[in-house]
Design a protein around this ligand. Structure first.
Ligand code: CLR
Length: 384
């Protein structure tokens, strides 16, 4: 039934919210939504989804050939999708509206070294507030792996769904045993947020995303939902093509939230029915004021405990403090300095790799991580 997932006291405010998104395109984060749809988690925590299968991430470094590394990257990438796009439904009952990070918000975490896979470190910084842009760096120094990316969204409304175009890309750099690096450009799929009418939103992926290796191997991943070629939600097909050829060397098919298989051998390719490993985060007492969980703690508590007046009071405090900061900066003729990332107008790695598969756009800006691998576990020195 329409509005089924909406608490009765919030039905009219949900209807108002839907009307406002229908007549709106751009930055959804600024729209006021009814309390039941609010998540106590900030968008700066989302990059952790990239590494909740740290073994699959580490396995990329153990592959021996260009082809096998491309297969390992594809396998790891597909295995992140369930966490990226369905975990709020599993944890919070439906897709929710995340907290909109403040400029300079930080999120640090790691996944411990288990069985020689090496420790993986995560650094996230909100590098823009208007529009919201989140930059991240994930590395496993002992395996010579580093993922750097940034994420923004352009939203529109169509046929009762929110369409989210992901802006940004990720580059995975793999140190090769004989020296040198192999690089992978990862583009991001389009999202459709369905179930709005019922008040229980969920994500479906659409269209195509790519993983282009500097070695020339290319993965093309096609996403479909219910009622398309497979009739199942969260379906995908992936083909891996060798350098300079469009003839598939490998084909995979399945559902990204459960399992998929290698179409030639029939063997299982991905299986995410086993538990994932959530990121380890240090204690709140040791956090700087700008670290996400500390910054939002009172808002998050209000949302979790259903005390929405407290949540909105605390949120206003943060927003007012931010506005004051911007005014002070302007008066001083200063601007906010990013801590871990540097903005560059055009990413040379993106440009070089996008050219190989006629990627669109041909160039993109990026946020480069300023430190090196070995610094990531201790980058928690934040200016006052
Ligand atoms: C952020 C980058 C991650 C993958 C990801 C998953 C869910 C997306 C999120 C990104 C961006 C913000 C998002 C969210 C789902 C809902 C939310 C689009 C792309 C919007 C802002 C909230 C809409 C409100 C409805 C739920 C009513 O790697």
């Amino acid at each position: 039934l329409p509005g089924e997932g909406v608490p009765s006291a919030q039905k009219s405010s949900w209807a108002t919210f839907l009307k406002s998104i229908a007549s709106f395109s751009g930055d959804l984060s600024s729209l006021t939504a009814p309390p039941f749809i609010l998540s106590p988690i900030s968008l700066t925590e989302f990059p952790a989804y990239w590494c909740e299968r740290p073994d699959l991430f580490a396995a990329i470094a153990d592959a021996k050939t260009e082809k096998d590394r491309s297969i390992a990257v594809l396998k790891w990438f597909i295995s992140t999708l369930k966490g990226q796009y369905t975990s709020r439904n599993e944890k919070l009952g439906s897709e929710k509206k995340p907290l909109n990070p403040v400029l300079g918000e930080l999120f640090y975490g790691h996944w411990p070294d288990v069985n020689g896979r090496g420790q993986t470190n995560l650094v996230v910084e909100q590098v823009s507030h208007h529009p919201p842009i989140t930059a991240y760096y994930i590395c496993n120094p002992s395996k010579g792996l580093a993922l750097q990316g940034h994420s923004a969204q352009k939203t529109s409304f169509s046929g009762g769904s929110i369409i989210v175009k992901q802006i940004g890309h990720a580059i995975l750099a793999v140190d090769l045993p004989g020296g040198g690096k192999e690089e992978f450009l990862i583009t991001l799929p389009r999202l459709r947020i369905d179930g709005l009418w019922y008040g229980s939103p969920y994500i479906e992926l659409a269209e195509t995303s790519y993983i282009q290796s500097s070695s020339g191997w290319l993965s093309t991943i096609e996403y479909k939902g219910k009622g398309y070629f497979s009739g199942r939600s969260h379906s995908f097909k992936a083909v891996l093509t060798p350098p300079g050829s469009s003839t598939a060397a490998k084909k995979y098919e399945g559902v990204w939230h459960e399992t998929s298989k290698d179409l030639d051998t029939g063997e299982t390719f991905t299986d995410v029915t086993t538990p994932k490993e959530e990121v380890t985060v240090g204690p709140l007492e040791n956090m700087h004021d700008f670290e996400s969980r500390k910054l939002w703690q009172h808002v998050a508590r209000g949302i979790r405990e259903g005390d929405y007046d407290a949540a909105s009071r605390e949120k206003s405090k943060i927003e007012n403090e931010q506005r004051q900061r911007r005014r002070d900066e302007q008066a001083a003729g200063a601007s906010w300095q990013l801590l871990h990332f540097e903005h560059i107008p055009s990413d040379p790695v993106y440009e070089r790799l996008a050219k190989k598969f006629n990627g669109n756009p041909p160039t993109e800006d990026t946020y480069v991580f300023k430190h090196n691998h070995s610094q990531t576990p201790s980058v928690r020195s934040v200016p006052a």
